[in-house]
Design a protein around this ligand. Sequence first.
Ligand code: BGC
Length: 721
Amino acid sequence: MKKITALFVFIVAAMLCNTSFAQKQDTLAKINALIKKMTVEEKVNMIHASSSFTSGGVKRLNIPELTTSDGPHGVRPEHGRDWQLDGDKLDSGTYLPVGVCLAATWNPQLGYAFGSVLGSEANYRGKDVILGPGINIIRSPLNGRNFEYLSEDPYLVSRMVVGNIKGIQDQGISACVKHYAGNNQESKRFTIDVNMSERALREIYLPGFKAAIQEAGANTIMGSYNKFRGQWASQNHYLLTHILRNEWNFKGIVMSDWDAVHNTMQALWNGMDLEMGTDLHMLPNPNYGKFWMGDTVISLVKSGKFPEYLLDEKVRRILYVMSKTKMLDGGRKKGEYNTKSHQQTAAKIAEEGIVLLKNQSNILPLNKTAVKTIAVIGYNAERKQSMGGGSSQVKAFYEVTPLQGLHNLLGTQVNIIYAKGYDITRGATANADLITEATQAAAKADAVIFVGGWTHGYNYSVWSDNAYDAEDIDKPNMQMPFGQDELIKAIVKANSKTVIVLMGGGAIDMTQWIDQTPAVLQSWYAGMEGGNALAKILFGEVNPSGKLPMTFPKKLEDHGSHALGEYPGDTAHSLLLNYYDDIYVGYRYYDTYKVEPQFAFGHGLSYTTFSYSDLKVKMNGKKATVTLTLKNTGKQAGAEVVQLYVSQPGSALPRPLKELKGFNKVFLQAGEQRTITIQLNEDAFQYYNDAMNKWVTDGGNYIIMVGSSSKDIRLSSSIKM
Ligand code: BGC
């Protein structure tokens, strides 16, 4: 009987395999048949933009345009084609927290939920591709687009990006992971030539992209603006052909960033499939045929200078993605927008992503029955952020600001006085009248909540004078803009029970006031529900569980990219930008070079406490199973992100002091304890040996460390390989 069952299972499995194989063959045959029917002109029409956010289709053969949409945090407002707004409330959608806030949750399941919202709303709006997630490594705190990205750590990036992409693509929409590669700053992004060691490329800058392609199966990827080792990234043979196609076996579409192609032959030969861009020069009568991958290609093919079968390959990839996402035969999901459940996802990510950085003497949470009057101070308390940042701006269905969130939570129970405290014009210094108004408010209150930090520049940075955290421009330094240092010092003098809430895509210099302020939170740009989430954390209805996905330096010059590396590149002499900081990015630099950060990578406090015990490491060849006991030792439920770092003292090549190789976000009731298991595969112990051009595992000793941040290691254990 057993034998018969086994045979049956085998036959069914074989049939299933054959079916999917047969289906694949069938799809391929259909695609090839379509290509056969196409003229060269029609094929070329498909490999370049047909409007700002679409690429060409072939009406005669029922091949639709491919419709893309920014951005990473919400879907563009128009239905279908670009710029044509519906002009009513329907053109606004769910505004999710920015990428760096998502990463600060350290919760991959939320990555999936985030992607599902985007996929669903993209379906509703008739979009085919979400231009995101953006996953470039956070190298310098100054990068204007750090808010869109995820982390300084490649492992954290990889874990968060996989869920996000699967979430988008499970809705039948394509994700477009961007910007590949070496686009780690906005300053000079159109001109710099990024140069880094092969080791830095493999260990730091590529793993997120590799996970996006190989683990998540991203359908599309976007080449970046910058040059990489002398050749434009969007026509770069090493990045697009050698690594992406040959090593990673990528089958989907490589599209360029908008206007990032510079040469027809290089783009055609080196692996670019689809040239995107906005024909700004030709507005209002754009001529997309004039693109590098436009009409020129027709004559190149017709004169035999570029083989038609290679043009067919590009078209085949586009059709393959169209077929995968049911663009050719119908059957796409309808999608939903602005649902309660989408808004709840935005709320959950904000609640888990806001990071409690400092909480001296447990000044937080505030008690709404004890506090009679609070002063809320700062422009960001009432500024809406959703239209900030450039291409990632979102037309939000609504956006709860911090001030609104506090009103929602406290109702009439607590008296709220608001003072804006500062003006947000670039270069503005401390405004004496506004400071006086703010300190008077602070003096009258039982507690002060200051909400400031960076601003999210509206429109494109270059046109907006308050643009920090915006596309196309980096921050000039890490100093608080608009005279906020003076303001905070004056407020704290007036009322020592002051909580500082910082918005922004990353670190700000806190050195002038951090020692005098009892509590600090990092609230990023936390999406449409950000204000509610913040209020709930401040008043203890939500226990914070976010952890920093990047190191916060005390001073800019402490940071590895500035201390060791070149930034932003010396245009006077050369456009070459050398990443001399190499593999010492973020905490890898602080740990190894023994520099004290303001707040360490992985840091984030809770209103409860956790104990770590009983660490055991069981080796199985070159793999390890790590177990430990985590207990919630406080009085309320909460979540801890157990972080696992691997260290290899005495490695053959120098290595960072420790590297993140596993984590687990664990939710525990008060008093509850649980055994946590983290599996380590061989790659957790490896480094890239660029003399040998491969990943290697040295024999010898390794240390497994587990803890609550990269600087708060609670347990460690030595193993031998
Ligand atoms: C940005 C991309 C964006 C594209 C389309 C470019 O300038 O770098 O991230 O997807 O514009 O808006």
